[in-house]
Ligand binder design. Structure first.
Ligand code: FES
Ligand code: FES
Length: 155
């Protein structure tokens, strides 16, 4: 049995330790907001937070998260930055098909946690790890800056 925290709740699963965290979240815990895109750490659709840092759940063995804190897109809104990002996403009408947006939001939240006032270069670099076939990149950038800056200073 492997025990860890998901979105602040203690969870236990009985699976082989090499099973990717992505499949444990989706198939064992019913948290399907985290998406499968490539399975090889290339697209970012599966990004979750592990002890506050963004990781690709598709290549993270669940055995490696034992005793640690996982936050998925379902828990993002519980935090101040996550809730602000959700509002900014709505204000900027960011999503198109939506498939990459879980990863985009999780990557953005990690960026703003580590860099509350990121430069545009830092925003681009942090979000470069999430592919969007719909091309929402400019709206993602605007939404991140909307949260990073006081409203009166927005362009
Ligand atoms: S599914 Fe994990 S990076 Fe693409
Ligand atoms: S919104 Fe469609 S892939 Fe990003």
């Amino acid at each position: 049995m492997i025990a860890f925290s998901v979105n602040g709740e203690p969870r236990e699963v009985t699976v082989a330790p090499e099973v990717p965290l992505l499949w444990v979240l989706r198939d064992h815990l019913g948290l399907t907001g985290t998406k499968y895109g490539c399975g090889i750490a290339q697209c970012g659709a599966c990004i979750v937070h592990l002890d506050g840092q963004p990781v690709y759940a598709c290549v993270t063995p669940v055995g490696s998260v034992a005793g640690r804190q996982v936050v998925s897109i379902e828990g993002l809104g519980a935090g101040r930055i996550g809730a602000a990002l959700q509002q900014a996403w709505i204000a900027e009408q960011v999503p198109q098909c939506g498939y990459c947006q879980s990863g985009q939001l999780m990557a953005a939240a990690a960026l703003l946690t580590n860099h509350p006032q990121p430069t545009d270069e830092q925003v681009v670099a942090a979000l470069d790890r999430v592919l969007c076939r719909c091309g929402t990149y400019n709206r993602v950038r605007r939404a991140v800056h909307r949260v990073a800056r006081p409203p009166t200073k927005q362009a």
